[in-house]
Write a protein that binds this ligand. Structure first.
Ligand SMILES: Cc1ncc(COP(=O)(O)O)c(C=O)c1O
Length: 387
């Protein structure tokens, strides 16, 4: 049984990462990777590959695509044709490829802020317009949750070529319900807009939460959808750059593949090895243990904030290892991000990076040991007490 209570030292790298970006005295609870080693079954397969010595090119085999399809069936009862799956060098790579084929300066893409910061970059980097239908924040005591604003969604989607959905949602941890997905799908289909559903966090489900892939709702919806999946987040191998796009519509798939192939005609060999172990189910026991640990970290975090930081509001994420914290009532002068970095020596993710609605908020990453999470929270509490 893996112990998630102790995590390896990560500061001893010359490269920049979550642990080396900020000065040594700053505790990093920001970037979306976890501090746990990957599942032992994945590490063993990677060791075998290195011991063999040859790290040549490898492509996913038809048998592997069948493995992915079986996992989708096993997890969600979702019938995926193995031939509809294509590889991509990462999920970011995947939605940017989609934007290249679906958007133009006049036909942009729609996002729902606050949202994963890299979604905001696509517009500027690819010179396509960006439309925003912000999620609506609901406040109940010191809990916050988020809902779709369908009027804004309907209005903004009209000029879009693609709706870029984050499901489950980073940073607010929301898993969209079947009803929400259906309503968004109807509006997109009415307007002939392709849905690109980033489902990278879909296997990080907390406290027994259930997940419905967008494209599993109906055949018609699937025809309008590009689903992006990766083993990278749940199995903690995000540095290995390997992801998959499920694209049932053959024309759309060909257009997607032609661009992907032109940009990176293979995926990383270790990334493929890790994905094979993950999707075959060999690391599922580890995954279940890890999810239990993450769920208890989430509950600890929410209880801690409720008890010791009474003016701070939190989400209760159903998925991801990320919690969205609202400091708008905390009495902090200036940026909460700078405040905690300077006064608490804790680096969180600055809410402003997540677009409209992110001001006054921070994202905390609780994918770490309870000890480090507690230390971060205690430092934050002391800083708040000093105001
Ligand atoms: C919602 C979401 N999509 C994509 C990514 C990055 O995916 P990849 O590393 O496969 O490009 C992240 C990483 O944090 C993420 O949270």
């Amino acid at each position: 049984m893996t112990s998630f209570n102790s995590v390896p030292e990560r500061r001893n790298s010359i490269n920049l990462s979550k642990w080396t970006w900020y000065p040594k005295d700053v505790l990093p609870l920001w970037l979306a990777d976890m501090d746990f080693p990957a599942a032992p079954q994945i590490l063993a397969a990677l060791h075998r590959q290195v011991a063999h010595g040859v790290l040549g090119y490898e492509m996913p085999s038809p048998a592997f695509y069948e493995t992915i399809a079986s996992r989708m069936m096993g997890l969600y009862g979702w019938n995926v044709d193995p031939e509809s799956i294509v590889y991509t060098a990462g999920v970011n790579n995947g939605y940017n490829v989609a934007a290249r084929i679906l958007c133009s300066p006049s036909r942009g893409y729609l996002i729902q802020t606050p949202v994963y910061n890299e979604f905001l970059e696509t517009g500027e980097k690819l010179h396509v317009s960006q439309f925003v239908a912000p999620l609506v924040k609901k406040v109940k005591g010191n809990r916050i949750s988020f809902e779709v604003d369908y009027d804004a969604f309907r209005k903004k989607v009209r000029k879009a070529g693609m709706f870029l959905l984050c499901h489950p949602h980073n940073p607010v941890g929301h898993i969209f319900s079947r009803a929400e997905l259906k309503k968004m799908a109807e509006i997109c289909i009415e307007n002939k807009v392709i849905i690109v559903s980033d489902e990278i966090h879909s296997e990080i489900l907390l406290g027994g939460a259930r997940f419905t892939p967008f494209a599993s709702l109906s055949r018609e919806i699937a025809k309008y959808t590009i689903t992006l999946i990766s083993a990278s987040k749940a199995f903690n191998v995000p540095g290995l750059s390997c992801a998959f796009a499920i694209i049932p519509d053959p024309t759309l798939r060909k257009r997607f593949f032609d661009v992907t192939y032109g940009m990176s005609y293979e995926v990383s060999t270790p990334g493929l090895t890790a994905a094979q172990v993950a999707y075959s189910g060999k690391a599922d026991t580890w995954l279940r243990q890890m999810l239990r640990y993450l769920t208890s970290n989430r509950d600890f975090l929410v209880d801690y904030v409720t008890q010791y930081m009474p003016n701070i509001r939190t989400t209760i994420p159903d998925a991801t290892y990320l919690c969205w914290l609202d400091f708008s009532q905390a009495g902090i002068e200036g940026s909460p991000f700078e405040f905690f970095k300077e006064k608490a020596k804790v680096a969180l993710s600055d809410g402003r990076l997540f677009g409209k609605g992110g001001e006054g908020h921070l994202r905390i990453n609780f994918g770490t040991s309870r000890k480090l999470l507690t230390e971060g929270l205690e430092r934050m509490r002391k800083a708040l007490d000093s105001i």
